[in-house]
Ligand binder design. Structure first.
Ligand SMILES: *Cc1c(COP(=O)(O)O)cnc(C)c1O
Length: 462
């Protein structure tokens, strides 16, 4: 053992120092002991790699400040708010849709006390949690009936289990989607107990393909929104109306997995291509499934809306209980759906829609403000650049959203090191690296986030 290793202070002597005693009073003895041990171990490991490495000044104030910072870091919750500067509005890794204040107020109220989750306040008898949002969903989608489960994947699974187990599900080869690595349509169909009958070719499926696939064992025609890719070029898919007519002529259910289902038309904001749930139902589709935390802008949930006779078949299926929605999500969902109704304008109330509908002038102004702040208060180089943001969450895959980013380059060190530093700040700031520079996209950031971003950058300068 080298001399320097032998010279390191004992845990006990550090713990007896007055500043350590003060830390124990502020935090706890166990936490101080743990961090002292960790630091000493790190110093020992460091000396083994490089015996000449400088040692910390063990009994000085900065050493104990460092311990306090470590304890605070160890106490932080592992699931924490982050600032999304990726420009991807619905980012699955970052928790998808941020909720409106009305939605989390409703969640808080439902969480803090008892609620009428399954109690009918009129009769005093047992009620159904599913009824709480069914009326709102029907009103907003034009459906006859609706039911809500844990997420859209569960919505598809429970629907197919109830409607097609033991029979065939007919679906186009061009729509064999995989979402986020774990939702693969062929696997979900198999899991439901149904058999997949793939029809058509990757780029073209015709009505006659559906017709020829029908047999005694056919139960469902399933259409899926190719939400994270597009097949372009020579393509064909029959109109929903025609598929619906054919399905009904054979007593089959026509279901669509919409994924991101929107409740309002986004075309006025330049976002075409994302079908509105009510329009889909008008074409004769019996059942649509869509997510709560994508373009709808609410909590994680899976909606199934459509024909009453079909929804009624789902209501008694045993899987429904296994995938039921919890009361907090239900509270947030109801509050979010109310924001789609007068006197509200959802584009002013629902954060996801606000972010999509934002005008580029205000995004640019935010980028210029942050650029100026960075130049004034840090040694980093920063400039405002136009950028491309995305809706994300498997919606509008092709559609670029005009945006502005602050592009940051550190005077020394790599952009990766700077990005890593930003991820360690409180709150962590998540950017994007492109062309060897760090991009902080301002479409998914609010003005209120700017001071936190600046603080994070100042601390992260390599
Ligand atoms: C996102 C998506 C799903 C899965 O939705 P979750 O709510 O994440 O379960 C299913 N189908 C499509 C088409 C999707 O886009």
């Amino acid at each position: 053992m080298s001399d320097r290793l032998r010279q390191l202070p004992q845990v006990q002597s550090l713990l007896e120092a007055a500043p350590a005693q003060a830390l124990m009073a502020r935090f706890s003895r166990d936490e101080v002991v743990e961090q002292v041990r960790t630091v000493l171990q790190e110093v020992r490991d460091g000396l083994r790699v490089d015996p000449k490495r400088p040692l910390p000044d063990f009994f000085a104030e900065p050493f104990f400040d460092g311990l306090a910072a470590r304890i605070r870091f160890a106490r932080r919750s592992l699931l924490t708010r982050v600032i999304n500067a990726t420009g991807i509005v619905i980012h699955t890794n970052l928790g998808r849709a941020p909720l409106a204040p009305e939605a989390f107020a409703a969640m808080q109220a439902a969480a803090a006390g008892y609620s009428n989750l399954e109690l009918d306040l009129d009769t005093g008898k047992r009620g159904s949690r599913y009824q709480l949002v069914e009326g709102l969903l029907c009103e907003l989608t034009g459906a006859e009936a609706a039911i809500v489960v844990n997420n859209c994947a569960a919505a598809v699974l429970v629907s197919l289990s109830a409607l097609a187990a033991g029979g065939d599900v007919v679906a186009s080869r061009g729509e064999m989607i995989e979402i986020g690595g774990s939702f693969r349509l062929p696997d979900v169909i198999r899991q439901s107990g149904a058999r997949l009958v793939e029809i058509g070719a990757t780029n073209k499926t015709r009505l006659s393909d559906y017709e020829q696939a029908v047999s005694d064992t056919t139960r469902v025609f399933l259409k899926s929104h190719t939400s994270n890719y597009r097949i372009v070029g020579f393509t064909a898919t029959p109109d929903r109306k025609d598929i619906a007519t054919l399905a009904h002529a054979h007593d089959l259910v026509f279901m669509e997995d919409l994924g991101s289902g929107v409740l309002v038309d986004l075309a006025p904001y330049g976002l075409v291509d994302e079908p509105v749930v009510s329009d889909i139902l008008k074409t004769g589709v019996d059942l649509v499934a869509f997510s709560g935390d994508k373009l709808l802008g609410g909590p994680q949930a899976g909606m199934i809306a459509g024909r009453k006779s079909v929804i009624d078949q789902l209501k008694s299926h045993p899987l429904l209980r296994a995938v039921r929605i919890d009361k907090l999500s239900l509270a947030a969902l109801e509050a979010t759906l109310r924001l789609y109704k007068p006197p509200h304008n959802p584009f002013h109330k629902i954060p996801v829609l606000e972010a999509l509908a934002q005008d580029t002038a205000s995004i640019r102004a935010r980028a210029e403000d942050l650029t100026a702040l960075i130049k004034a208060h840090t040694p980093l180089n920063a400039e405002t650049q136009s950028s491309i943001a995305r809706a994300g969450g498997g919606s509008l895959p092709q559609q670029d959203l005009e945006s502005f980013a602050v592009v940051v380059t550190p005077p020394t060190g790599s952009p990766e090191a700077l990005a890593a530093g930003l991820r360690r700040s409180t709150p962590p700031v998540i950017g994007r690296i492109a062309e060897d520079r760090l991009h902080l996209d301002m479409r998914t950031v609010t003005n209120a986030d700017l001071p936190d971003i600046l603080t994070a950058l100042r601390q992260a300068v390599p």
